[in-house]
Ligand binder design. Structure first.
Ligand code: C2E
Ligand code: MG
Ligand code: MG
Ligand code: MG
Length: 263
């Protein structure tokens, strides 16, 4: 409600706002500043073949180090960016930075795309412009979207189709935690289902096996998130999931530390 009053509104209302709302307003202001000053970084977490341990790609994860607050987690600031229009500029910065980093990599890079970015009528033309600017082949990119985009069936169908026509791969992030329209999901020709880390961490056999079977029947591959132990990796291989991400395989780190990105 407060944000509808615009930026000046905050000043007037500040003293009346509760703690959470003023923290949100503060983060929003700081995010706008950080965007113009390019205070963000992209870190990369490897996606690994669990059988051969070969790195098959990377996921780009945004990092923000605030001058006085220190590291602020994307869990906090992405949510706030999504509640405002900050997500659009932030999403574009991520794509630009990934393209700059891509020059050093011959591996697939996955980018997290906020459902809000699908609302931007210029989304596709912006993406095309960025790829043209950096002369990057779109098939090097994978876009991670969440099940929440399924709510807007028509829009999602047309955007995903256009992205796929460009050659971009599409994955469903945190799969199993949200609402999925299964008919739509199979129509979309998704490339990858990412099993949410909560199911790995609970060793949720039934759910993991169901997702693996769904992937097989829809012709998409499966990747497991949040693998923290060797046992979890073995458990997944046994059930037919052979690609994963997680601290045991590699933590998100700056591009310079991902030596393998160069080969
Ligand atoms: P996500 O896309 O599901 O990313 C996976 C999150 O799990 C990352 O948290 C990653 O650091 C963390 N993670 C990876 N391996 C493990 C593990 O073994 N154990 C545990 N406990 N966690 C693990 P992070 O970087 O804090 O990002 C949180 C969420 O913020 C992401 O979830 C994604 O939804 C969002 N996000 C991050 N970067 C971006 C971005 O550039 N754009 C957008 N729109 N969203 C982003
Ligand atoms: Mg992701
Ligand atoms: Mg995820
Ligand atoms: Mg997750």
């Amino acid at each position: 409600a407060a944000k509808e009053h615009g930026r000046c509104g905050y000043r007037l209302y500040d003293t009346f706002l509760d703690e959470k709302t003023s923290r949100t307003a503060y983060i929003e202001r700081e995010l706008r500043k950080a965007l113009t000053e390019e205070d963000f970084e992209l870190h990369y977490q490897p996606k690994v073949n669990l059988v051969t341990m070969e790195v098959v790609g990377y996921e780009a994860l945004i990092r923000w180090r605030h001058e006085t607050e220190g590291w602020i987690s994307p869990g906090e600031f992405i949510t706030i960016a999504e509640e405002t229009d900050v997500i659009f500029g932030l999403g574009e910065w991520v794509l630009h930075q990934a393209c700059r980093d891509m020059k050093q990599s011959q591996k697939q890079v996955a980018i997290n795309i906020s459902p809000r970015q699908f609302e931007d009528p210029m989304f596709l033309s912006k993406i095309k412009g960025i790829f043209r600017q950096y002369e990057i082949e779109p098939s090097f990119f994978e876009f991670e979207i969440t099940e929440s985009v399924m709510k807007d069936k028509e829009r999602t169908q047309s955007i995903v189709q256009d992205l796929k026509n460009m050659g971009i791969h599409i994955s469903i992030d945190d799969f199993g935690t949200g609402y999925s329209n299964l008919a739509l999901l199979s129509d979309l020709n998704i490339d990858v289902l990412k099993i949410d880390r909560s199911f790995i961490q609970q060793s949720n056999e039934e759910l993991v096996e169901t997702v693996i079977r769904m992937g097989e029947s829809m012709g998409c591959s499966i990747i497991a998130e949040g693998i923290e132990t060797r046992e979890q990796a073995m458990w997944l291989i046994k059930r037919g999931c052979s690609v994963g991400q997680g601290y045991w395989l590699g933590k998100p780190s700056p591009i310079a530390k991902n030596q393998t990105m160069n080969c």
